[in-house]
Design a protein around this ligand. Structure first.
Ligand code: IMP
Ligand code: MG
Length: 178
């Protein structure tokens, strides 16, 4: 698995620091709001659990699964594959995802949650790949920017693999050109 990685982009220590900083910021903004933290499966998984450990106030969690990706390219339309259980009417929502690239996925989800009566929806994502942006998105809690390369690890996959890497790395082109 590690042999398929061209370069390490974010180390485990750097990830821990990002989770701490983002969690503290969210805590400061939401400590009296009982926010609903919604993770987008499956990519949010390790990030969501490390982030939550640093949001030291009352909050609730839920998950949604939407798809917009096929291989290494975003398709531009989403399908809800698993919906949240909670009623989000009047709730302050924090939407957690692994990476924002085109912005299609996250902006469709924000729109969907607002239409369903959320009071506010803010985005927290570990990685931001601005080179691929097609839709304007305000990321209130961004982790770090990454270059225009396909990255895997810490939740991010290529065809469902590499999510279990404890760092984020650039996948060798030859792996997805096979
Ligand atoms: P967007 O609609 O293009 O913003 O797609 C965001 C989603 O695409 C993320 O939640 C990931 O699942 C996936 N994605 C975007 N870039 C990468 C990448 O470099 N590696 C792995 N998945 C990615
Ligand atoms: Mg994703």
């Amino acid at each position: 698995m590690n042999n398929d990685i061209k370069a390490v982009l974010v180390t485990e220590d750097e990830i821990n620091k990002l989770c701490k900083d983002l969690g503290n910021k969210i805590y400061n903004d939401y400590k009296d709001k009982n926010p609903l933290v919604i993770g987008l499966l499956k990519g949010c998984q390790p990030f969501m659990s490390d982030l939550l450990k640093n949001i030291n106030c009352l909050c609730e969690i839920d998950y949604m699964k939407v798809s917009s990706y096929c291989g290494t390219k975003s398709t531009g339309s989403i399908t809800i594959k698993k919906d949240i259980d909670a009623d989000i009417t009047g709730r302050d929502v924090i939407l957690v995802d692994d990476i924002v690239e085109t912005g299609y996925t996250i902006s469709c989800v924000v729109q969907n949650l607002m239409q369903r009566g959320a009071k506010s929806v803010n985005i927290c994502c570990l990685l931001d790949k601005p080179a691929g942006r097609k839709k304007d998105v305000v990321i209130k809690y961004p982790g770090m920017c990454v270059p225009d390369e396909f990255v895997v690890g810490y939740g991010l996959d290529y065809n469902e693999k590499y999510r279990n890497l404890n760092y984020i790395g650039v996948l060798k082109e030859e792996v997805y050109q096979k």
